[in-house]
Design a protein around this ligand. Structure first.
Ligand code: ZN
Length: 450
């Protein structure tokens, strides 16, 4: 089940159901927080755009043998007898804060690319389960690598993060959650049994919230995708560009497309944000996280230079948006304006179709080619469009393979039930791929010309 309060607060990502409910080994060796985000004085449930951000001054008294990490900057730490008293102050108003404490081993990550990171891992409990006997890497190394590498990657592509020190700390639950300068990570991710990339992306997702959700805060409940969709996309991007795993990158995009398509027609639109969680809780992850990530993937490929395969235009948009709203709140419209400034095209149609609508197009491609008198080829393309309103429009790329092995890319503006185009080519086309590189959230089929 989903913990409703936390879900509304956001910046939480669950591992799959099969993992979510698993309790960690050696239950008596863990500290269970009663609440990660509803423990401090506040009005109601902290949520995006609730206007309840506050400066926080936090003092903890805890057994000296248990490392503690909190949101905010550590300004004082002293030990008297068995008790350590630590004092933390948030560096800017925060709408949510948390901490964690337990029988942890503490590791410091020092890497010239990033601010210092402290990792708290329940090493004893993992030894209890025999992780080290199985010859796995140490749990702190498994997690530390993604924490450091994603922090470095996001600093490079988005810009400098807000804080000067980060804590990544283990919790005995099946989810992760981000707070200013602090991330909670499921105990399960310190074990990394799965080989499908979910853990790497999960850890990068939580780290990405230091940019999306905390660095730039969604201004209203409708803008939740600026946090969760952006963080999910960041995890995917990390998988593709840093871990260099195209296979897992495309696999997750396809899995998410299947989830989204399965709910079209019934699910509420991504642009309703937190309302989706209130009305249809089970759709929140699909429509706000996964479809939100797909919206960025579509924007990225819309801006991709197919001649050079460079995506600088998209990275510039992301860095510019972050830079402009760093430490502030932003709406979807603010993001749209940054995109429009970069590409100089009105984008209402794009945000309207993909964030306010739930329709997912099906494209059916047919083509034929014939030689022309000038020793060239005329390529006739027909794309039928189904499952969307008549005025639904989207530029869709086509990869054309030419005799001789060369590739050409074109973008066709698909609009209405039938779109037709004729292209002049220097050589005979031998194969066509509609929607290469998972550029549009769509289903693609082919049919004969007649
Ligand atoms: Zn999240």
């Amino acid at each position: 089940m989903i913990r409703y309060g936390s879900l509304i607060e956001g910046m939480e990502r669950h591992l799959p159901d099969s993992i979510r409910r698993r309790l960690p080994p050696a239950l008596d060796q863990w500290f269970f927080l009663k609440s990660a985000d509803l423990w401090f004085p506040r009005y109601g449930i902290p949520t995006y755009g609730s206007g309840q951000a506050a400066d926080m001054d936090l003092t903890f008294h805890a057994p000296a043998k248990y490392p503690l990490a909190s949101s905010g900057r550590l300004v004082d730490s002293r030990v008297e007898g068995d008790v350590r008293t630590t004092h933390w102050v948030t560096e800017r108003p925060a709408f949510v804060a948390s901490f964690n404490v337990g029988p942890f081993t503490e590791y410091q990550i020092t890497d010239p690319r990033i601010p210092p990171v402290t990792v708290h891992v329940n090493r004893e409990a993992h030894i209890h389960l025999g992780a080290l006997l199985l010859g796995q890497r140490d749990p702190d190394q498994i997690v530390g690598a993604d924490v450091a590498n994603s922090l470095a990657f996001f600093t490079r592509v988005f810009g400098p993060p807000l804080f000067k020190h980060y804590y990544a700390t283990e919790i005995p639950y099946g989810h992760g959650q981000a707070f200013p300068g602090l991330i909670h990570l499921s105990w399960w991710t310190f074990r990394s049994f799965e080989e499908n990339g979910i853990h790497e992306m999960f850890r990068a997702h939580e780290m990405a919230h230091q940019w999306w959700g905390i660095g730039v805060e969604p201004a209203t409940y409708r803008d939740a995708w600026l946090s969760e969709g952006f963080a999910d996309f960041a995890g995917l991007w990390y998988m593709q560009l840093v871990l260099n795993d195209n296979e897992k990158f495309f696999k997750h995009l396809k899995d998410w497309r299947r989830d989204i398509r399965a709910r079209r027609g019934d699910a509420l639109p991504t642009g309703l944000g937190v309302r989706v969680a209130e009305i249809q809780p089970r759709d929140y992850q699909v429509m706000v996280y996964e479809k939100g990530a797909w919206v960025l993937q579509m924007l990225r490929n819309l801006m991709l230079d197919f001649r050079t395969m460079k995506e600088d235009a998209f990275s510039d948009v992301m860095r510019d948006f972050y830079g402009q709203y760093r430490g502030r709140r932003a709406t979807t419209r603010d993001f749209q304006r940054v995109v429009e400034r970069h590409i100089d095209v009105p984008m209402d149609w794009f945000f309207d179709e993909w964030l306010n609508g739930t329709a997912i197009p099906t494209y059916i491609l047919a083509w034929r080619a014939e030689p022309t008198p000038e020793h060239r080829y005329a390529l006739h393309i027909r794309i039928r469009q189904e499952d969307v309103p008549r005025d639904f429009v989207m530029p869709v790329p086509i990869a054309i393979e030419l005799a001789g092995g060369e590739h050409a890319y074109v973008r066709v503006n698909v609009r209405g039930p039938v779109t037709e185009a004729t292209l002049q080519l220097p050589a005979e086309p031998t194969a066509l791929e509609l929607n290469p590189l998972e550029s549009v959230l769509a289903d693609v089929k082919t049919e004969g010309w007649d």
